[in-house]
Design a protein around this ligand. Structure first.
Ligand code: G4P
Length: 566
């Protein structure tokens, strides 16, 4: 009897301890998840985009100043910072003085960790910018108040709309004789096809520019030209009808501001964070980046409303950022950050889970496991080895040629991230080897450079002819320069009369084969072996489409968002 009681007691105790253990395990998992959620909530990953010269670099540097990531106030005009600015990595960029490379700048501000993914403003590197936009959760679009919406602004906005990326607009250079703010807003709405809602309003512009009234938080920020100060003192005016406003800016301008503010209320929808997060409504700020004016308001509202790191759609399922298992994808590959060391660095955006140094991760395309002993993060100008990183972070992985743009690392699951397509290049040239003794070097060089996404490589068989497609002329010069300096291979580019690449698909295999046989001089394969038709002109393309209704001609490699970027 006693024995029976004992064994019952043991059983109970055993089950009690087992439950305690399970409870402990789930508590640990819960705590780990909470810690992950805290890290995610802390982060904001975004890009600043603009047409060249609108002030993107200036705004980026001012934001870094706020974060204390760089100390030299008024750095934009100083050559010292220009030399060490993170966007100045590449030798060629130094030579040409344009921002060729996309780089990452991280800094902390008021408890938030901000990752700015810089994008090359030059239109010839637009594809690099398009890819970077796959790695951000939101963007700040800089518009020049004198020039308004420009060509590159339109193209970049198309990518944002396609991805439903939340956009904040910063209308810059208010210290210059710019256009009427209402006209500018109209133009943004019409040309960029997005609803806007001003959250601040300028008092005059150019030499008469007096400041900005924050319509959202109701305060007046008076303008004092200064390229060196980080913050201006702001005057709180809770009621726009307060006589203090007249005292500060003069009766005429105060009356105009009241009228404008009333018009804003009537004309524009109320600001809604939800609509902004859906990518339907862009809040607008006015300021002058070079004078550090309006930048802090922009930054603080950005931190208040911008999205925390988001998950990503894959070909099998949606991967949420709070999932415990690590997922990341490569959106950029950069060679020779340090010309002395011939580094190649793959930039990985973390989508979910915690990334850890020295841990094995599954390379989905190669079906191999890799671990990284020196992953780096980027704090303004410097790279630092990182032990762990979280969703929204960008980690630099040293690479010996294992990565291509779009590659995915996971903890074992197989999937591909959607939404990193190749778009049709705009210029095509044939690559001709000018030193037959260096064929191998040329082969290796062009493969690696196109893996990096510098341009797209198409191959034609028979004959093994190589065609390079790029968005701008400058990329051909970059390739030629880098092939020579990094791979000791020399080449020349010969123009060909092709204007558009179309990825082909058909359910009718026979028709597709007939078409590719008949049009063999225009048929090539991209790096992944996909069939591509190179069209001599839009007219030819239209004809081929009409004559071959069984074949689909796609303007990007992912076959999803046809009408956009063509
Ligand atoms: P980007 O990256 O978009 O190409 O533009 P960036 O910041 O390099 O700015 C382009 C030019 O516009 C720079 O002048 C910059 O100083 C100027 N700029 C930026 N913000 C403002 C502003 O609020 N007001 C005025 N008036 N100018 C502004 P730059 O002469 O080309 O170069 P720098 O000699 O000043 O460096």
């Amino acid at each position: 009897m006693l024995l029976e009681n004992d064994s019952m007691l043991y059983c109970r105790l055993f089950s009690y301890f087992r439950r305690l253990k399970m409870y402990g395990a789930s508590l640990c998992a819960y705590q780990a998840n909470m810690a992950l959620t805290d890290e995610i909530n802390k982060r904001r990953t975004f890009g600043i985009i603009s047409h060249p010269d609108a002030g993107k670099t200036t705004l980026t540097e001012k934001l870094l100043l706020f974060g204390g990531a760089i100390q030299t106030a008024g750095a934009v005009k100083s050559n010292k910072i220009k030399k060490t600015a993170t966007s100045d990595f590449m030798e060629i960029e130094k030579q040409r003085g344009i921002s060729v490379a996309t780089s990452v700048m991280s800094f902390e501000y008021k408890g938030k960790l901000i990752n700015i993914l810089d994008t090359p403003g030059h239109k010839d590197f637009a594809e690099d910018t398009y890819r970077t936009l796959t790695a951000v959760d939101s963007v700040i679009m800089v518009v020049d108040s004198v020039k308004g919406v420009e060509a590159q602004t339109r193209k970049l906005m198309e990518i944002c709309s396609m991805r439903k990326t939340p956009v904040i607009v910063f209308i810059n250079k208010l210290d210059r004789e710019g256009r009427d703010p209402f006209d500018l807003l109209d133009e943004i709405e019409k040309e960029l096809k997005i609803r806007v809602r001003p959250l601040s309003w300028p008092i005059n512009r150019g030499t008469l520019f007096k400041g900005v009234y924050d319509l959202h938080k109701k305060y007046l920020n008076l303008f004092k030209p200064s390229t060196t100060k980080v913050a201006d003192e702001v005057l709180q005016i809770k009621d726009i009808n307060d006589k203090e406003l007249d005292k500060q800016v003069g009766e005429k301008d105060a009356a105009q501001l009241r009228e404008d503010a009333e018009t804003v209320e009537i004309v524009y929808d109320n600001f809604s964070v939800e609509e902004y997060l859906k990518g339907n409504l862009a809040p607008v700020f006015f300021g002058s980046a070079v004078n550090n004016f309006g930048v802090q308001e922009l930054l603080e509202t950005f931190l208040e409303i911008s999205p925390t790191p988001r998950g990503r759609e894959t070909d099998t399922r949606f991967v949420g950022s709070t999932e415990n298992k690590m997922t990341g994808f490569i959106f950029k590959i950069h060679a020779n950050l340090d010309p002395k060391h011939r580094d190649r660095i793959a930039f990985m955006r973390i989508i979910s889970g915690k990334f850890e140094r020295h841990t094995y991760y599954h390379h989905v395309r190669l079906k191999k496991n890799f671990r990284f002993s020196t992953p780096v993060t980027f704090m303004a100008q410097s790279k630092n080895i990182v032990d762990e990183a979280y969703p929204g972070d960008v980690v630099g992985l040293y690479d010996t040629g294992n990565f291509k743009i779009g590659d995915v690392l996971t903890e074992g699951e197989d999937f591909q991230i959607r939404g990193i397509p190749s778009f049709s290049p705009e210029i095509f040239k044939e690559l001709v080897n000018t030193d037959p003794m260096k064929s191998k070097q040329l082969e290796k060089g062009i493969t690696q450079l196109t893996d990096e996404g510098v341009a797209q490589l198409f191959t034609q068989q028979p004959g093994n002819r190589r065609f390079v497609g790029a968005v701008g002329e400058l990329q051909f010069e970059v390739i030629q320069y880098r092939l020579l300096h990094e791979y000791a291979a020399s080449c020349r580019f010969e123009p060909i009369s092709m204007t558009r690449a179309c990825w082909l698909r058909s359910d009718n295999q026979q028709k597709l084969e007939e078409f590719t046989r008949f049009k063999h001089s225009n048929i090539v394969r991209d790096k992944d072996g996909h069939l591509v038709y190179l069209a001599p002109s839009d007219w030819f393309l239209k004809m081929e489409r009409e004559n071959n209704p069984d074949i689909q001609f796609h303007f990007n490699s992912e076959f999803k968002t046809e009408s956009l970027v063509v």
